[in-house]
Design a protein around this ligand. Structure first.
Ligand code: H2U
Ligand code: ZN
Length: 366
């Protein structure tokens, strides 16, 4: 019998952040696919769409008009999932029928006035403005007494249920720590307890040293396909410096973060030659007034596409009832992303984005 190998044999991998396992089946990556193929959405959009409720100068559903904004634009979600003025209260007819009121604040963040762009196609200076807005919004919203956690995220593409292709993200902030960050907080604390170190400081360092799951990096930030990735081309952006929230980043670090987001998202679009759908978002310290030094701010990208623009990963069957499972290994996914050019295929002078024009094989400069 062959010796056990991560590249060939079924195994499970541990996610120390959420303390959950993912089943990996690398021997199965070549199975045939006769299921549903998603048609890629049309790629050509106008720079301004008179019907878009996020474009400058247009009317929103509540009758308000967007300003003629030139950079970013933030407004309160007209269909907010949580509201600031919800009365405190609970309903506990039985231990088995518990409910509590939840106050919150939900906002929409337009990344650019250009309807036809995405983070992947925006210049680094435009993404840098988005980084600044994320910092400002975290501080502004997190300062509210009823806000103990701020979740900022982007849902991109029809496939992810995004209602509008205009480049935008959302912010949902609320009283109670949501499930995913709560699991991560427990994971971060458990690691500190055992090692007296930060899990993500150690993990970033380990991945920079090993290189096999690295996608791209600069002096301040690293993008990797995490060892425990669930989604086929899932990535994690982690900073080298231990900070708990985005506003703590200094100007140089914010520039570096914008640069890395541009390079990572351009690679995503270059992978299958379409605007790559994903959900991405920031995990940062709670805003409950405690220092939360255990938190190391980081960003997850969860993209659903698997083999092409037409074949996505479904989280169904065993995954709904048992645990998440993947066929493509994290190492193979990282290698594929690493080898791609970090110049967006629409902006590249070479016709085939598959051939890198910036010599980025090491992921260091590209
Ligand atoms: P998604 O595309 O990720 O669904 O986000 C768009 C958000 O914009 C969504 O939460 C809000 C929706 O409630 N929205 C407004 O606030 N005003 C509008 O006029 C339309 C949509
Ligand atoms: Zn628009």
């Amino acid at each position: 019998m062959d010796a056990f190998s991560l590249a060939d044999h079924p195994h499970r991998r541990f996610n120390p952040l959420t303390q959950e396992w993912v089943l990996c089946s690398p021997h199965r990556a070549k199975r045939p696919w006769q299921g549903k193929r998603e048609a890629p959405p049309p790629t050509d959009r106008p720079a301004h769409d008179p019907k878009c409720y996020l474009c400058p100068g247009n009317l929103r559903a509540n009758g308000e008009r967007n300003p003629q904004y030139e950079g970013t634009h933030v407004f309160d979600n007209d269909f907010a999932t949580m509201l600031a003025d919800t009365p405190e209260g609970e309903s506990a007819a039985s231990d088995l029928l518990r409910a509590e009121s939840e106050r919150g604040w939900c906002r929409v963040i337009c990344f650019s006035p250009r309807h036809d762009l995405s983070l992947a196609e925006m210049p680094a200076a435009g993404i840098r403005r988005v980084v600044d807005v994320w910092c400002e919004q975290f501080e502004l919203v997190g300062a509210k007494s009823f806000v103990n956690y701020v979740q900022m995220f982007e849902n991109k593409g029809d496939l992810m249920g995004c209602s509008n292709p205009h480049p935008h993200g959302q912010l949902w902030a609320n009283q109670n720590l949501p499930t995913e960050p709560a699991k991560e907080q427990a994971g971060l604390l458990a690691y500190i307890e055992r090692k007296s170190h930060c899990l993500l400081c150690d993990y970033g360092e380990l991945e920079r040293r090993r290189g096999e799951r690295l996608v791209c990096a600069n002096d301040y930030f690293t993008a990797v396909v995490p060892f425990w990735a669930v989604w086929p081309f899932e990535t994690l952006i982690v900073g080298r410096r231990h900070v708990s929230s985005l506003p703590e980043l200094v100007a140089e670090e914010r520039d570096a973060l914008a640069d890395l987001i541009r390079r990572l998202t351009a690679r995503y679009d270059n992978l299958f030659g379409v605007s790559f759908p994903y959900s991405m978002g920031w995990h940062q310290r709670p805003t409950d007034g405690q220092p939360h030094a255990e938190w190391h701010v980081h960003c997850h990208f969860y993209p659903p596409l698997l083999r092409s623009a037409a074949v996505k990963k479904f989280m169904v069957g065993y995954e709904m009832l048992g645990m998440p499972q993947r066929d493509l290994t994290a190492e193979t996914a990282a290698e594929r992303l690493r080898k791609l050019c970090s110049v967006h295929h629409k902006q590249s002078r070479t016709t085939a984005a598959k051939f890198c024009c910036c010599q980025s094989a090491a992921g260091k400069s590209g």
